[in-house]
Design a protein around this ligand. Structure first.
Ligand SMILES: [Zn+2]
Length: 83
């Protein structure tokens, strides 16, 4: 039975731990602050106006990448099941 390289197993554990933590975070808090408007929902337009942020549709929030991925995967799964 081959022994695992301690560094490799540590890295694997760390990656798995991070993935678990990240998916938990995406599940508990699917929204993160919009980076384009810093959560304000508005962007500075010209000198006197503030335009609604197009990136987050003026909500100031954006769906996390992990959650979006989960949504896509779930959608694919449901499509596959109904087919
Ligand atoms: Zn925004």
């Amino acid at each position: 039975m081959p022994t695992l390289d301690p560094l490799a197993s540590t890295l694997t554990l760390a990656t798995a731990g991070y993935a678990a933590w990240y998916s938990l975070a995406c599940w508990l808090a699917p929204y993160a602050r919009c980076r384009a408007c810093l959560g304000r929902g508005r962007r500075r337009g010209d000198r006197f106006t503030h335009r609604p942020c197009r990136r987050c549709h003026a909500t100031g929030r954006r769906l996390r990448l992990g959650r979006r991925l989960a949504n896509v995967l779930r959608h694919e799964h449901e499509t596959y099941r109904s087919a």
